[in-house]
Design a protein around this ligand. Sequence first.
Ligand code: AKG
Ligand code: FE2
Length: 251
Amino acid sequence: MTQIISNLNKTALVVDHPIGQDNPPLLSPDSHNDDQDAPTQKMLQLSDFAVSWEDRLTDKQLDTFVTDGWLTIDNVFNKTALLALQAESGFIDYRDAALTAGIRISDIRGDRIRWITENFFAGYYYLQSINALAALFNRSLFAGIRHSEAHYACYPIGFGYQWHSDNPAGRDERVISAVFYLNDDWGATDGGALEVVDKHGMHHEVMPVANRLIIFDSDLQHQVQIAHRQRYSIATWMRRDGLVPFVEVDA
Ligand SMILES: O=C(O)CCC(=O)C(=O)O
Ligand SMILES: [Fe+2]
């Protein structure tokens, strides 16, 4: 097993390009005006995050997902949505991630997280788009998903997350895990691959490149290898229970 974690206290979290007066969030790459109509996060709309999941996922891909337990989709969102998620992930205030029991064990996971609620613009729209995907899983695979939860995560340099399944022993409320990646120009030397063991026991490595979504059965074992660059993502779970729904699945 890879040794994942070093000492969190010794690694300061650095935001690469902090959003501020000198670096406002730029959500519309084609717009150069600096008057009062300049883009702000409030101009984002749910429609910016609309994905036609039925068209993106063929029946064959859905079959593969059922058989192997995992699937990746690239180029998920348009540029506006991706930039908004990247901006929102970069300037929020990260807290230490806790394990399910509420106890932090920094030997196991080194990510710093922020749960997405309706107070987030981009993250909340993201969650609604994920719920449209969940509705497709309900219709086509009878997945029985009732709501989704998600958090932004940042792994500082030198950190990862050891082997685990997203359903701790004796639990099964998480049906499908989905992780969306936010990292531009992520290369093999940057580390931080997600390693998943599929339903046949085969290992796969998925690089956390921007605009990629990996979807996998929450019972599968997986780990995040040590990142050599700050690694940003949104970890998402589609759940079968009815607890604390941030966003309900309609269908
Ligand atoms: O960021 C990833 O690639 C996976 C994160 C993960 O496994 C988790 O948060 O449970
Ligand atoms: Fe996980």
